[in-house]
Structures are given as C-alpha cells and as structure tokens.
Design a protein around this ligand. Structure first.
Ligand code: HSE
Length: 306
C-alpha cells in the first residue's frame, strides 16, 4: 500500500464541564486527507483545499504531528500529504485536531501500524500544540478513537474511552466568525474559587457516570460549566438566546463547543435535535448572523480509511 485516503472527523471538546479533558466525536462533518509514501525522506504538504493554511511542514499541525511520529520510529521514509478541509479553522469543532489525527493515522497505516490508535494521540497532540500554544488532547483523542474520551493526564498521556448512549445526538451551530483557541484561552483566569471547582468536578463525575449508565436525566443535570463558559460566552453572538431556546426545545444541555464560536447541544433522539437546530437557526436569522448547522450522531469509529 503506497497511498491512503482518510476521513478525519470534527469533535466537540470540553462538553461543558470537562475543560481540556472531555471530548466527543462527530459524524456529520470532517476532513479528508490523502497520504502517499514517496522516495524523498520527510514530510511534504503538497495541497490544501477549503482553507488557507500554511503548506510549510513545520508550521502546519498535520506536518508537525507527522514529524513527531516519524521521529519516534526513526524512519527515513517520505510522505506527501494532501488536506481537503471541510472543517473551518477557528470554528471550535476541532479543525486542527482533525488534520493532526488524519496525518498520524494515515502515516501509521502506510508504515504497517507500528502504533495503536491510542498511542497516536501523543503525536497528534504535538501538532495541536502549534495551534493553541499548549498540549491538550481533548480534540485529538476523540478524533482518533471516536466516541467520548476523557484525558486523565497529558503527561504521561492517559486516555479513557467512555461508552456512548445510543440515542445521543449532537447539534452544532457555527456562527461565521473565527475565534482562535489561543485568544479564547487568553480570556480565562488562571485560578478558580474552590466552590466553583467543587461544582464542576461534581458535574464532570456525574456526566461520566451518566454516559456509562445511559442516564439521560443525570446527563442533563450534569451539562453545566461554571468556570469557562461565563468568560467565553461573551465572545459568541447570541449565545444566551441560543442556549435558552435549545433548552426550551428539549436539549439535554447546551454549551460552547471547544473554544468556540460554535455552540453545541446534546439531545436524546433526532426529532428533538431537529427542533433544536431549527430554533438555533431561527435565532441567528433574527440576529442576522451567518451560520452553518450540523446534526450528528456520535461517531464511535473516529479517524478511518475511506
Ligand atoms: N480544551 C480546549 C479549549 C479545546 O477549550 O481551549 C480547544 O478546541
């Protein structure tokens, strides 16, 4: 095999109460990458469609992630990468993570899989670092593995896959503005009051328990973010109205997707998801905010060959 075509899915990081640790994988939106084994050693990004992103290997998340993997296997092989972006950069649904995940997944396949998917997370996270300035694996882990993932620790990397309740559906609305993760991190405080921390870890623990036990009511009670959302939501047009309307339409919860500006809601079943999506879209029409909207089951496969 000298060429692979890869689907690299979008993801929702944080999922309200799990800042930098929790993430889930989407099915309805993702990038495609073509990766070829070539004679010239190293990694060359030959083409990017859909977005203006750097072609220089050391400035591109896919390139940096690929080099991290090749460095670990001490390989002199050469690879060319084509990236076809469907996920907009700065949208909050893991655009850079998808590129990083796709690159390491594809190269690993062409090398005959020296690493498990879980082991690839560390290399993809190296790529992510150039997009956000810090190592966080809450997008790359679900992008590679699918489903819900919890990053217990980044160094050393310790990632737990969490079961996905069958009827869970995600709605994501993306107002057409760009928020760089670095900027969205800059608005955060570096310390938090103990009382808020207690509420947050109560919610996070309960959310994980709800996913294991298919308890949609507990899931709904847990989807709150006392720490990050108050600081970041002011950057997102109409956030409060979108959230209120989603909950009125029966969403289990609604919050900021990753570092925004996308807003997500989780629902039980597709019927409710459609109602939530319609209300979200109606609000942005009223506010005259251009947007994309996606309704997606939770993708339990992650990055795959196509
Ligand atoms: N956990 C990261 C953040 C995700 O919220 O900054 C970035 O997509």
């Amino acid at each position: 095999m000298t060429e692979v075509r890869v689907f690299c899915p979008a993801t929702i990081a944080n999922v309200s109460c799990g800042f930098d640790v929790l993430g889930l994988c989407l099915d309805a939106v993702g990038d495609e990458m073509i990766i070829r084994k070539v004679d010239t050693p190293g990694v060359t990004i030959t083409k990017i469609t859909g977005q203006h992103l750097p072609l220089e290997t050391d400035k591109n998340v896919a390139g940096v992630a690929a080099l991290a993997l090749l460095n670990a296997v001490q390989s002199n092989d050469g690879f060319e990468i084509e990236i076809h972006k469907k996920i907009k950069a700065g949208s909050g649904i893991g655009s850079s993570a998808a590129s990083a995940a796709g690159a390491v997944f594809g190269i690993n396949e062409l090398l005959d899989n020296p690493f498990t998917k879980k082991e690839l997370i560390a290399f993809a996270a190296e790529g992510e670092k150039i997009a956000s300035g810090v190592v966080h694996a809450d997008n790359v882990a679900p992008a590679l593995l699918g489903g819900f993932t919890l990053v217990r620790s980044c160094q050393p990397l310790d990632v737990v896959s969490i079961p996905v309740p069958d009827e869970l559906v995600a709605v994501v609305i993306h107002p057409q503005i760009e928020i760089r993760t670095q900027d969205a991190r800059a608005v955060l405080k570096s310390t938090i009051p103990l009382k808020k921390a207690i509420t947050q870890w109560g919610n996070l623990g309960a959310l994980v328990a709800a996913l294991y036990s298919n308890d949609y009511e507990l899931l709904s009670r847990s989807l709150h973010d006392e720490i990050i959302e108050p600081h970041r939501s002011v950057l997102i047009p109409g956030f409060d109205a979108i959230k209120k309307a989603s909950l009125q339409e029966g969403a289990l919860g609604c919050g900021i997707s990753g570092s925004g500006p996308s807003v997500f809601a989780l629902t039980r079943g597709e019927q409710t998801a459609k109602k939530v999506a319609m209300r979200m879209a109606a609000i942005y029409q009223e506010f005259d905010v251009a947007h994309d909207i996606h309704i997606s089951p939770i993708n339990t496969k992650g990055t795959i060959l196509i």
